[in-house]
Design a protein around this ligand. Structure first.
Ligand code: ATP
Ligand code: MG
Length: 425
């Protein structure tokens, strides 16, 4: 026998048993963003490697060790996108969507990072994100946070996620903080791991984002970004906090929240949960006012977030908040005998034409009625249409409810629409 081929480690198949949940999640996401006037943008999954190096930052986990980078046949260095924001900005610049305009965009799709696969962490995963361009006040920061909060409500998990926020201040203010942090870290270098010791020199803020509990312990008493904010960032942050409270959004200020990508300034936030072990960040974002210009566009303020969809789906299934849609049909159509076969197809097509939203599955492959009804039961259908030569001759349909013990009945084909309507959600 030939050797079977398996999927790439850390890259998952989405099988029918869970694809229903994914579809529900996607449709809820679409309707919530639409309710805030955001429009979809779709960008390629492959971009120039430079795009990510210049945006995410050379000294970050993603660029240092997680990117799927390869040379294409022309010798150009390409990378499977590890996140969506850089591509949005690249596309926005390229097509003139950003400068002097207000843009509210959203995207959804696969991202690629070569990390160690574990629960909630994969090599191909999916993000849903929003990005708002051209607005620099705390009102738009509030809007994207409100939008994310509405998502949790829509999914029924608002009680299981908590909002953490922080401000990174301006680039200049962060320089002053950097000095203070380096001094603090240097004094404790022996308590840091190798990664953190290296970053202490190149990108000390990254040390605050370390996942290593020992490093986190060594950071006890580290100088706080919030104490080093420039006055404009401070005002921006305090206004945001005030408006969050007015809007009834609970939050916690986490002075060590810095995010793993270099492009952020001022507001950063994460939604975290206790229900997924160490992969607890479901959604993360912030302001990135410098990125558009850094990637060659004209200076344009920006704010957004990205949500890990696998973590959301895991959370929903863990909490069982989402009904698991296992049925594949509402109506199952059986046919007995040659003359009923083509009649059955006509009936099935008529239901699809006339009953909105009906999922109609046709029995294929023949067999006796018992076998066909067994199939019907397996699909989860609520009703079976039994079609034999009598029905075909008289242009009738026998309706057999499958779930609630109701009697079967025979109706004229003309009144089929009304007869099956109660079986459709
Ligand atoms: P983490 O701290 O968990 O590594 P990150 O800071 O690298 O996350 P971002 O780049 O901000 O994450 O991505 C936003 C969200 O995408 C994360 O909060 C998480 O929900 C999700 N995410 C990131 N990496 C992965 C992955 N490898 N597999 C699944 N989801 C992921
Ligand atoms: Mg990461």
């Amino acid at each position: 026998m030939a050797k079977t081929i398996q999927a790439i480690r850390g890259m998952n198949d989405c099988l029918p048993e869970v694809s229903g949940i994914w579809q529900q999640v996607e449709s809820t996401l679409r309707s919530v963003v639409a309710s805030y006037g955001y429009q979809e943008i779709r960008t390629p999954v492959v971009e120039s490697t430079d795009l990510f190096k210049r945006s995410i930052g050379e000294v970050t986990d993603i660029v240092e060790k997680e990117m799927y980078t390869f040379e294409d046949r022309n010798g150009d260095s390409l990378t499977l996108r590890p996140e969506g924001t850089a591509s949005c900005v690249r596309a926005g610049n390229e097509h003139g969507l950003l400068y002097n305009q207000h843009q509210r965009l959203w995207y959804m799709g696969p991202m690629f990072r070569h990390e160690r696969p574990q629960k909630g962490r994969y090599r191909q995963f999916h993000q849903f994100g929003v990005e708002a361009y051209g607005l620099d006040g705390p009102d738009i920061d509030l809007e994207v946070i409100l939008l994310s909060a509405r998502l949790w409500k829509a999914f029924g998990i608002a009680d299981h996620v908590k909002l953490q926020i922080n401000s990174l201040g301006s680039n200049e203010a962060r320089q002053a903080y950097r000095e203070a942090l380096i001094e603090f870290l240097t004094a404790r270098a022996d308590q840091l791991d190798e990664d953190s010791r290296r970053r202490m020199e190149t990108n000390p803020l990254r040390v605050l984002d370390s996942k290593n509990p020992e490093v986190q312990a060594a950071l006890e008493g580290a100088p706080s970004l919030i104490d080093h904010l420039d006055s404009e960032s401070e005002q921006h942050f305090s206004q945001l906090c005030e408006r969050l409270s007015q809007a009834g959004i609970e939050y916690e200020i986490n002075p060590r929240l810095v995010r793993g990508l270099d492009y952020y300034n001022r507001t950063v936030f994460e939604w975290v949960t206790d229900s997924l072990g160490s992969q607890g960040t479901v959604c993360a974002g912030g302001r990135y006012d410098g990125l558009v210009e850094q990637l060659g566009g004209k200076s344009t303020p920006a704010v957004g977030f990205a949500m890990g969809m696998e973590r959301l789906v895991l959370l929903l299934t863990t909490l069982n908040a989402e009904e698991q849609g296992t049925s594949s049909a509402d109506i199952f159509v059986t046919a007995l005998g040659e003359d009923a076969a083509s009649y059955a197809v006509t009936v099935a097509e008529q239901v699809r034409d006339t009953v909105a939203g009906a999922r109609v599955m046709m029995h294929c492959g023949g067999g006796n009625l018992k076998k066909q009804l067994k199939r019907a039961d397996k699909t989860g259908a609520r009703v079976a249409l039994l079609l034999g030569s009598d029905e075909a001759q008289n242009q009738q349909v026998t309706i057999k409810p499958l779930r609630d013990g109701q009697e079967q009945s025979t109706v004229a084909l003309a009144s089929l629409e009304t007869a099956v309507a109660p079986f459709i959600d």
